[in-house]
Every structure is written in structure tokens, then in C-alpha cells.
Design a protein around this ligand. Structure first.
Ligand code: ZN
Length: 141
């Protein structure tokens, strides 16, 4: 898999130094998802207060794409409203279809090259799918 050098460096940085890794002890919404094609697993915790994502953390195992995506997503989504979080997930899924996308949290754009590798799109989407489910649960609850 060949990605642009700069992008690869951003991805590897998040993989090696994941942001928001580890669970918090207080309650929150917990979503567990896996991607059997690659063996990626993620458990995402969200704390939602006043319609905003107050905090997001994850634990997981898997490839550099899935874990770097989780690291970026948990950082990007903090402080966002649930609507903004869903919009970001939509935008990410568009980027995986090759649509141009810009993120306030620019590191996410490093994953844009993944759309050329269909087998890896599920890896990149895993954390964002967990986010969507988490938002749905928080909304209901
Ligand atoms: Zn993977």
C-alpha cells in the first residue's frame, strides 16, 4: 500500500502515539465494533453532555489505518455537537468514496488516500461507524 509520504507520516504518528487511548472510568456510551476482514477491533466510549461530545476515548487492536483513524476521530469530535459529529462521519464516508473533503482537524485528510484501496476502507471507517452508533445511543438515552 503506497500512500503519499506526508500522509503516511501523519498516520504512523497517530498509530504509534494514539490520542485518547484507554477507557475512562465514569460511565459513557460504549460501542464495540470489529472489522473481520482485517481483524480490527475497537471499543469506543463517548461522554455526551448538553448535546455535545464532552469526551471520547477508545481501546482497540488492529492495523495502522483503523487505529490511526480512531485516534484522529476521538480528537476531532471532542466539543462537537451530536449533529456536527454525525456530519463529520458523513463527510469522512464521502472522502472514502473519493469525494473532496476538508476537516477542521486536518490530520484526518491524511486518510484520504485510503479510498484507492477498497480493502482498507472498512478499516478507516470502523471508528466513524462506532461514532455514529454512539451518537444514536446517546441521543436515545
Ligand atoms: Zn484494518
Amino acid at each position: 500500500m503506497q500512500l503519499d509520504d506526508l500522509y503516511r507520516r501523519v498516520i504512523m504518528d497517530h498509530y504509534k502515539n494514539p490520542r485518547n487511548r484507554g477507557k475512562f472510568e465514569d460511565d459513557g456510551v460504549t460501542i464495540e465494533l470489529n472489522n473481520p476482514t482485517c481483524g480490527d477491533k475497537i471499543s469506543l466510549q463517548l461522554q455526551v453532555q448538553d448535546g455535545k461530545v464532552a469526551n471520547a476515548r477508545f481501546v482497540g487492536e488492529g492495523c495502522s489505518i483503523s487505529l490511526s483513524s480512531a485516534s484522529m476521530m476521538t480528537d476531532a469530535v471532542k466539543g462537537k455537537t451530536l449533529e456536527e459529529a454525525v456530519a463529520m462521519a458523513e463527510q469522512f464516508s464521502g472522502m472514502m468514496k473519493g469525494e473532496p473533503a476538508e476537516f477542521e482537524y486536518e490530520d484526518i485528510e491524511a486518510l484520504s488516500g485510503v479510498n484507492k484501496f477498497p480493502a482498507r476502507i472498512k478499516c478507516a471507517m470502523l471508528a466513524w461507524n462506532a461514532l455514529r452508533k454512539g451518537v444514536e445511543q446517546a441521543d436515545r438515552g
